[in-house]
Structure formats: C-alpha cells, structure tokens
Design a protein around this ligand. Sequence first.
Ligand SMILES: *Cc1c(COP(=O)(O)O)cnc(C)c1O
Length: 227
Amino acid sequence: MDTALADRLAAVDERIRDAARAAHRDVDDITRIVVTKFHPAALVAELHALGVRDVGENRQQELTAKRAELAGIPDLTWHFIGQAQTNKARAVRAAADAVHSVDRARIADALDAADGTAPLDVLLQVNLTDDTGRGGVAPGGVEQVAVHVAGLPSLRLRGVMAVAPLDEEPARAFVRLRECADAVRTVVPEARWISAGMTGDFPEAIAMGATHLRIGSAITGPRPARD
Ligand SMILES: *Cc1c(COP(=O)(O)O)cnc(C)c1O
C-alpha cells in the first residue's frame, strides 16, 4: 500500500472536515470525488482499498477502459466530468453513473436517447468565465436548459457543476454558481447537487455550499503526462 497516497487522502479529508465545520455544515452532506484522470486503474483500486467510493474521469475512453478493468469492484461510483460529445453519448452513458458536464440541450438529448437501464444523474455545467468558448452554459441560460433537461424521461437533473475561472477569486465566482443552483431548483426543487471545488479551491467551494468536490492532484499527486 502506498502510504503517501493514504497520507494525502487523510490530509485532504481533514481539510474538508475543517472547512465544513467553519461553514457550520455537516460533512456527511459533502461527497469527495477523487479525480483519477491520466492515472492507471491500479491507482483507483488502491483508493478503493483506502475507502474511496466516488471517482471522476474526464475522458470517455479512459473512463470506459478503467471501469471495465475494475469491473470486479462493484461499489465504485464513476463521475464523468469532461466535455461530452454527442457521438460518444452511448459510451458515456454505459460507463458513467453521473455526468457533471451537460452544457447544451443536444448533449442531454443524446444521453437521453442512449438507452439506459437506470435513470442517469446529470448536472448542468455552468461557464463562470466571460469566454463563451469555454465549456458550460452561460449563467443566464441555465434555467432554460434546466427546463429542457427536466423534460427528458431518462435523465435525473441533480444540480450544477463548474470550474472556477483562473483569473478571479474562486469565492466570488462561486457566488454566481450558487445563484445558478437556485435557478435550477426553481425548475427541479430536489436538484440540490453543487459540484465545485478542486485542489486549489475546495475550502471556498465548501463555504459556498458545494455538495460534491472534485479533487485530483492533492490526493493522487501530480498527474502523469498525457500521451
Ligand atoms: C482535473 C479536474 C479536476 C481536478 O483537478 P485538481 O486541480 O487536480 O484537483 C476537477 N474538475 C475537473 C472538471 C477536472 O478536469
């Protein structure tokens, strides 16, 4: 067993508990997703042995391959957090338990059309930057996309997801995400998930009310170079 990995996981979990306490929140309302992109399936297996049950991947092929390799570990929840392409919707749906990156009606339609045996949990990705080329629905368009997704029978709209911009205080940007979360809840009242907070900003995300943290390098160590 990799003791460094166990130590980093424990240190992050302690910081999560501290931030939850400071925000007067119950830590049980916060799901810590470990982002394992670019790392081998063996690392996911080690994390599972350390008690991790939620993992995140941002590329469909990598997600599909790792899930297949770890099919013997049934109690892992796989979160897809990357850009979703409509022609990969069937593969994403087959491999993911939740998709955090729905950012347009077309991808929602494709995920809905790809047959699933169980409803698929989805979140609307919100673009918190001024760059319209970035992934995510502009905050002003969130409610409209939420109405669309809410009408798709096999998708369960759970809430919102975002990455904080690099050039802004995360806490400030997260205020806008919180407003988007409220807008979604006017459409689907039980859509309470707020997926936010990475290695550099998860305490701020917890203060804002994040329910799902996506933490990579603080736990896994640096990512291997992508080939
Ligand atoms: C890689 C990634 C993360 C994790 O990033 P770290 O900074 O390593 O914690 C979180 N969210 C998304 C969408 C990512 O692509």
